[in-house]
Design a protein around this ligand. Sequence first.
Ligand code: URA
Ligand code: CA
Length: 433
Amino acid sequence: MRMVDLIEKKRDGGELSKEEIDFIIQGYTKGTIPDYQMSAFAMAVFFRDMTADERANLTMAMVNSGETIDLSAIEGIKVDKHSTGGVGDTTTLVLAPLVAALDIPVAKMSGRGLGHTGGTIDKLESIKGFNVEVTKDKFIDLVNRDKIAVIGQTGNLTPADKKLYALRDVTGTVNSIPLIASSIMSKKIAAGADAIVLDVKTGSGAFMKTEEDAYKLAHTMVSIGNSVGRKTIAVISDMSQPLGFAVGNAIEVKEAIDTLKGVGPKDLTELVLTLGSHMVCLAGKAESEEEARKKLLEVIKSGKAIEKLKLFIKNQGGDASVVDNPDKLPQANYKIDVPAKKSGFVSEIVADEIGTAAMLLGAGRATKEDTIDLAVGIMLRKKVGDKIKKGEPLVTLHSNREEVEEVISKIYNNIIISDKAETPKLIHGVVVK
Ligand code: URA
Ligand code: CA
């Protein structure tokens, strides 16, 4: 087989066989296929798309390009959740203990944040002592005993995806649905998931800016998952404004704690209950979404969910007393209110720009090597649709420096006040095939 022939075949709209796709991915991982040929191939896929079989074969070729995690030693159906990236998205921190409180195993591998989206691992590390570098044996023991553990990315998972994603980033081929879908699904499958709940974001803060593209991506991922034997469901959710009020690390942990106590932001709570009920159903612990939701609400009310969070923190070396005393989380030196310049209704909070503003305060990384300040971030004081009076705080900045002019001007440019506004729809739909 020659790579040039396969590039031409895709360029001319042909369909590649499983053997041909394996040849490309294996060759690229080993280095026998150079970046320039892989770039041409990615561009051909960008313009020609892939058939359902090609997408599934590409996904599995990437899964098989490296190690995979074997979770078969954990009893029960392992349901993983993946969000396509958002701003202030604290769902994993809430969902993991919430679902585990119903005796559903949560064996999660999470990443650090890059750019304007935050990572679960960074958030967890704002709890003193919390350790994500757990050995594989301990990880499995913890999940079998207490149903929950979260580790950082370990091992050589999906090396083909790592290499290809970096190449796509500099060749104008990131925004291709078959490439995004196979990239995300290969990582979930390599991490050992039996079933997958996807949270596909749509809006200014998301990869998929339009609802139409979000649906396309969701259908593609659901179809890949189901065709390779992983039951997959996708929820399309709003990311036109940040989720909840907090955008940062420690302040998002506080928000997650509140939500598990039943006093969290409305939108975050609703998204968690929606995603959670699908997870409960896929895990076989409820017959219907309504039943699952009822069970989730029960463990919040009874305190089981918050107790599970404490146990989870303690098991991984963290200071669980932060749950009862969130003031023990890292605190910023300055809390600076940014007042509204006029009265009206908040009509827009541009999610990705708010994420960038939080990054400017030090809450996020511009490059992989950056260190982040866990204490800082942005607390929204109003959400889209809320009424506001001139002089009332729009946001409160949690900052470790007094000089925040640049951040304040970003806030004013990206939170719009109008004469009228409506609360946006949070859940756009659910995709099951
Ligand atoms: N996230 C991924 O992991 N891969 C993509 O291609 C895009 C977003
Ligand atoms: Ca939030």
